[in-house]
Design a protein around this ligand. Structure first.
Ligand SMILES: C[S@@+](CC[C@H](N)C(=O)[O-])C[C@H]1O[C@@H](n2cnc3c(N)ncnc32)[C@H](O)[C@@H]1O
Length: 238
């Protein structure tokens, strides 16, 4: 993984084909139409073969509980990768809810789509190829094609480029997609770290946001510490 850091920061793939290998492994070993089994097989692949940058099993439980608390109808994810967190959200979100996951790597988007189709959740999860920072095209697509209107988004999982966490949250707020009670969960706030996002959320505590800090570990190991922030939007002050 360490040798793959340069490739990861440039292409968002480790560079040794492990993402494509994961898709092949899931399609060969997970029972078709079984989301639990797809999650189990991905965790097994990451623990026994190649570490990946999924949210992982430990932080995945924080994600599960946050989604259950929000009981969302419309979810937004920033950063799909191979679709692991999407599977976890599909498993716990209400049956008629929809997740749109924004991903700018066509290769990662394609892998996630294949895994989701195999797990039987492809009708409730959509990868939107793009990025919120592309000058408006992706935001317009979410608005026009997926019902991202005023107050429509109940849950956001922020898990993409750490420098984009705060600018993309500001874009979401400008679009007024959130409502009081919407939950935004941010991964990797300690490692690799999203200091500007963390400083903003801390400065807004009790005003625009009410935040619970989850002390946890980086995915698939127990030495490196990480922090996940679960923030409830309180609306703009009058
Ligand atoms: C840490 S991975 C996401 C892991 C995934 N959420 C999971 O837990 O299974 C980050 C992903 O975000 C994508 N990404 C990075 N910057 C992005 C941006 N500005 N907009 C959209 N996607 C981005 C990368 O291509 C990569 O697939």
């Amino acid at each position: 993984m360490l040798f793959g850091m340069r490739s990861l920061t440039r292409n968002w793939q480790v560079g040794d084909g492990r993402e494509e290998a994961l898709a092949t492994y899931v399609l060969a070993h997970a029972r078709a139409g079984d989301v639990d089994d797809a999650i189990r097989v991905i965790d097994d692949f990451c623990l026994t073969r190649s570490v990946m940058i999924n949210v992982g099993d430990e932080k995945g439980e924080i994600l599960d509980q946050a989604v259950q608390r929000a009981s969302p109808a419309l979810l937004l994810e920033l950063g799909t990768y191979c679709g692991y967190s999407g599977l976890r959200m599909a498993r716990v979100m209400p049956a008629d809810a929809r997740l749109c996951s924004v991903e700018f790597s066509p290769a990662n988007a394609d892998i996630a789509r294949r895994i989701w189709a195999h797990a039987g959740v492809g009708d409730r999860l959509t990868v939107v190829l793009g990025t919120l920072g592309d000058g408006g095209a992706t935001i317009e697509r979410l608005r026009n094609d997926f019902g991202f209107t005023d107050g429509a988004v109940d849950f956001v999982f922020v898990d993409h480029d750490k420098d984009a966490y705060l600018p993309d949250l500001e874009r979401i707020l400008r679009e007024r997609w959130l409502h009081p009670g919407s939950i935004v969960l941010a991964d990797n706030v300690k490692f690799p770290g999203a200091p500007k996002y963390q400083a903003y959320i801390e400065a807004q505590e009790g005003r625009t946001w009410r935040t619970v800090e989850h002390d946890t570990h980086v995915e698939y190991q127990s030495l490196l510490k990480d922090l996940v922030l679960e923030s409830e939007y309180m609306g703009e002050p009058a």
